[in-house]
Design a protein around this ligand. Sequence first.
Ligand code: ARG
Ligand code: ZN
Length: 478
Amino acid sequence: MEPRIASRPRRLAVRAAPVAAALLLLAGCSVGVEGTPGAAGLRDPYFPKLGNGGYDVRHYALNLAYDPKTGRLDATADITAAATQDLSAFNLDLSGLTVRSAAVDGAPAAFRRAGDELTIRPREELDKGTVFRTRLVYSGVPETVTDADGSEEGWLPTADGALAVGEPTGSMAWFPGNHHPSDKATYTVTLTVPAGLKAVSNGRLVSERTANGRTTAVWNAPEPMASYLATVAIGTYRTKTGTARAGKPADVPVLSVIDPAAADAEADALLARIPEILDWQSENFGPYPFSAAGAIVDRGGDLGYALETQTRPVFPRTAFDTATLVHELAHQWYGDSVTPETWRDMWLNEGFATYAEWLYAEDFEDIPAQESFDEAFADDANWAFPPADPPAAENISDAPVYGRGAMVLQKLRQTVGDDTFFEILRGWPAKYRYANASTDDFTAYVEETAGEDVAQEDLDEVWDVWLYGDGKPKSPEG
Ligand code: ARG
Ligand code: ZN
């Protein structure tokens, strides 16, 4: 008998433990101290795991040392963010590389990796509204990412250095972050490279020092930036500086770099035209949104396209021509200052930047925008799908997003007239300056701006036929 009696309290004790734990948990919830993990993705229609929930990044301070000989990056990221919920853990996007340590507000934090998700569990939970700083020490050979559409992004080693470009998802190959375009933040990027090389990023050069065979350059980008627009360029570069007025009260410093192996008379002449192109664009699009400007021109290598990296777009020499320069500079207003809410809204970038090329041709080459429209209309590649609804991730940079996106704007111009159209071109990036906006935000903005002078059914036709319609209308008239 005794053993049976003796066994009783033991069994009771075993059962009591989970009950007590559940009671503690309930008590915790009722006073609001029990946080939950932030979401591992922001449910972008094409990249559901891209970005992370539960916090909002304010500032990235990235400190990167790169050795082109070994391809190795030794880095520290200090990420300042505000919790948007009570957080027990949160994720950052990071692809490849090795995380050496993580700390939140100076206290070591547990971390775990699964695919491109890095989960950080701070020692203390973070209350909603708290601003906290995460420090990650990481290193390794950063990867070049091949996109869904086959193009290369992420970290691209070049003949004498490297180029970092991140549209749509490549920035996670070189720094941990909230890599969805909807979480914009300011940046300070400190780059250390072997002396003799230059290291360039977005914004303004704050300082540059050489000691012990290494050069350290500090770059500051004070206006909010989506992470896909962050860039690093390391190599042997010639620097060209100047200023642009670009519709602002004070001159904007223009700093461009060009790989001497890519430089020729035509490239030099193009770089010299940046101020006048920005002046012309500011007349049409409103004051230039940023406090720095310029360009990065490299040989190219694996980079087959130009990218509108903020303040300082990147061009392979093979894609550095007048139209592409006009296109990437126009993105500073459309894409960089007003940024898509999700990757479905990509036509708000590419349709506008393509339309900027049409406007340039109209003003400087005697080619009316309607002629560019007719040419785009005749091109079958533009009719694969409606610009506001690419079928899959691999299509977000396809022809309809560019050509048919620009056609939407030409149709809009015909419908509302030049005065209202140019008011929209200026007003749209002004209303959403440094923010994010969706296609619905755009159509609502146009309807509000057009007001009663334009029949709603005429605007509906632009949206239904040109923006969302399947297939090609019978004629350019609709
Ligand atoms: N946004 C760039 C431009 O049109 C092109 C980026 C292409 N990227 C890609 N993954 N296909 O200026
Ligand atoms: Zn573009």
